[in-house]
Ligand binder design. Structure first.
Ligand SMILES: Cc1cc2nc3c(=O)[nH]c(=O)nc-3n(C[C@H](O)[C@H](O)[C@H](O)COP(=O)(O)OP(=O)(O)OC[C@H]3O[C@@H](n4cnc5c(N)ncnc54)[C@H](O)[C@@H]3O)c2cc1C
Length: 292
């Protein structure tokens, strides 16, 4: 199907882009890589009257920078650029590993990190990574800038704290400690497809062989939005990498998730897959931190 009619804008500066967003507000959509927006427009599930492409904006939108706050990724940065960035790999290896699970190279060549985080697909890997890494979102409008923490940014399926006159200009992932291991596990129907269920886990070892000093855990594809599971994190920190800790965390995850059924997987399947993915993730992460 063809998209509904729209007016195409390709501003050359961020200021011009923000003015257009202020002027057209709800009627406008930012076009980044187009890998989600254009299919939605073709199905007429999205019908923006004004499409504001950011491809011509140089400013800082295409940069990946190491800042005092962490790794700053601009709105025009594609997945592939992050995968190829030595700085990103050093500062945030877990992010790069997660990107490798997103779609396939053709999509990753055009799609952007910020576009993904604006789309906020509940099955996507990156919001889960943003949650466990406590990323910060820089939102700019013609009238100013605000920074929103990941825990306040994702509001529901395809819904974020971004207002319609705001643009996500940058996302900042705090630099990770070198002793931390991040493991992301998911199950998909087809390689490169959206996951049916997934778990992202970041952990650091404590002093004893089973002790864990910090754990951050998020689930995706099994709720209206990606969620962290503080009860599971606390169980692992208090019991460590023991059968009791793993069982308590798995039970906490089971209580926290609310999977849906669709033609591809039942509620029970998603629950069972999440438990298994968690068990695999914690085993792999613990083996990796123990080998350090
Ligand atoms: C075949 C296929 C498989 C895929 N598999 C996966 C997968 O496994 N996992 C996954 O996470 N994704 C997957 N995707 C989605 C893909 O990752 C998209 O690239 C991504 O979701 C959106 O990024 P984009 O740059 O293409 O954004 P666009 O499609 O251009 O925009 C997406 C939405 O965000 C808004 N937007 C974009 N950038 C900004 C900004 N800077 N400020 C404000 N609003 C903005 C747009 O207006 C639009 O509403 C897949 C897509 C395809 C086509």
């Amino acid at each position: 199907m063809k998209p509904a009619p729209f007016i195409y804008h390709a501003p050359a500066t961020l200021a011009e882009c923000l003015q257009l967003l202020a002027q057209h507000n709800d009627e406008a959509a930012v076009l980044a890589g187009g890998q989600s927006l254009l299919p939605l427009m073709r199905f007429r599930l999205a019908q923006p009257a004004h499409l504001i492409a950011i491809r011509n904006i140089a400013d800082d939108l295409r940069s990946i920078r190491n800042t005092d706050d962490g790794l700053a990724i601009g709105a025009g940065v594609t997945y592939i650029a992050v995968q190829r960035s030595a700085e990103a790999r050093a500062a945030c290896p877990g992010l790069v590993n997660a990107i490798e699970l997103v779609a396939h190279p053709a999509v990753r060549t055009r799609g952007t990190i910020c576009g993904n985080l604006c789309q906020a697909d509940p099955a996507s890997e990156l919001p889960a990574i943003a949650l466990i890494m406590e990323a910060r979102f820089k939102l700019r409008s013609a009238s100013g800038e605000r920074v929103v923490a990941a825990k306040d940014y994702f509001l529901g399926p395809y819904m974020t704290a971004r207002k319609s006159d705001e643009m996500l200009t940058e996302v900042v992932f705090p630099r990770r400690p070198s002793e931390e291991k991040v493991v992301i596990k998911e199950i998909t129907r087809l390689r490169g497809g959206f996951p049916l269920a997934g778990v992202a886990l970041a952990l650091m070892r404590g002093k004893g062989s089973t002790s864990l000093s910090s754990v951050a855990l998020a689930c995706f594809g099994v709720n209206a939005k990606q969620i962290r599971v503080p009860e599971a994190e606390a169980a692992l920190v208090s019991h460590g990498y023991t059968a009791a800790g793993i069982a308590a965390a798995a039970d906490a995850i089971d209580r926290a998730i609310h999977p849906h059924a669709d033609p591809f997987a039942s509620v029970e399947y998603r629950r069972s897959a999440t438990r298994t993915l968690f068990q695999r993730a914690i085993k792999e992460a613990h083996e990796e931190v123990s080998a350090q």
